[in-house]
Design a protein around this ligand. Sequence first.
Ligand SMILES: Nc1ncnc2c1ncn2[C@@H]1O[C@H](COP(=O)(O)OP(=O)(O)OP(=O)(O)O)[C@@H](O)[C@H]1O
Ligand SMILES: [Mg+2]
Length: 291
Amino acid sequence: MEDQAENLREIMRKQASLQEKLVKSKEIKRSRIITVTSGKGGVGKTNIAVNIAIAYARRGKKVTVMDADLGMGNVHVILNFIPKFSLYHVMRKQKSMKEILTETEYGISIVAGASGISELANLSPDERQNFINEINSLGDAEIIIIDTSAGVSNNVLDFITVADDAIIVATPDPTSITDAYGVVKIIATKYESLNIDIKLVVNQVKSAASAKRIADRMTHIAGQFLNLKMEYLGFIYEDLAVANAVHELKPFMVTSPKCKASLCIQHIVERMEKTDIKPNGGLSLFKKFFN
Ligand SMILES: Nc1ncnc2c1ncn2[C@@H]1O[C@H](COP(=O)(O)OP(=O)(O)OP(=O)(O)O)[C@@H](O)[C@H]1O
Ligand SMILES: [Mg+2]
């Protein structure tokens, strides 16, 4: 009789502790990881990543941009600073990712990419795993935006798989659309089970209607042939203020906060804010998948 009562108490204790843990795990805040990628190069990924980051920061969020273009990183170029340390040092295990984090005058912090070091463009599986683990150390940031190189190297795919949201950037240029579709196809076939939110941004458009036409076609094809739900996140007007800002080595959200492109970026961030991240997405899902 005594034993039975003790057993019951033990079960109750365990249950209470489990419940406590569950409540705690829900309270733990986790970074939202947004990866910006494209099929074709030069479609505006870096500008979009940096300016979305600034828009988030203006909404009071703590944001880090990671320049994951391991061959030709240039986030620091459009922000006009020369990083002392970059991902090169992280890869060489000389520095941790947290140690190379640089605060900028725009209220966002940057993990600088490596420039022109081609050996980094193709990492071994171990190196990639190490790299992804390092992203964990950026957990202070509420939003981590990863700017990738174009195309579908294994590195880029890793950065897509750790993402809560993968933003695919395309322009009205037909080759950019075909290449964007190529990336989406690989994500759909290779990472079927990952359940990442794929979001499309159409950049450098002349009208909202033309962007919508492109998006409708792409989302329809992705749904019909790949069984993939791709959300149309928004568009960005072709705007001279963007190219001018790049020449000035400043983000266009700073040089021209009211220009058409800046308003589009704000709209995109407002839309992102309306969707919650999945509790088991991002890095936690990545770990589950690879372990
Ligand atoms: N909305 C826009 N309106 C006008 N010009 C734009 C716009 N978006 C991008 N550009 C032009 O395209 C150029 C390339 O942009 P960006 O460097 O962001 O592209 P990317 O996709 O990151 O390129 P890469 O693949 O080389 O990394 C910019 O320097 C700018 O001149
Ligand atoms: Mg770029």
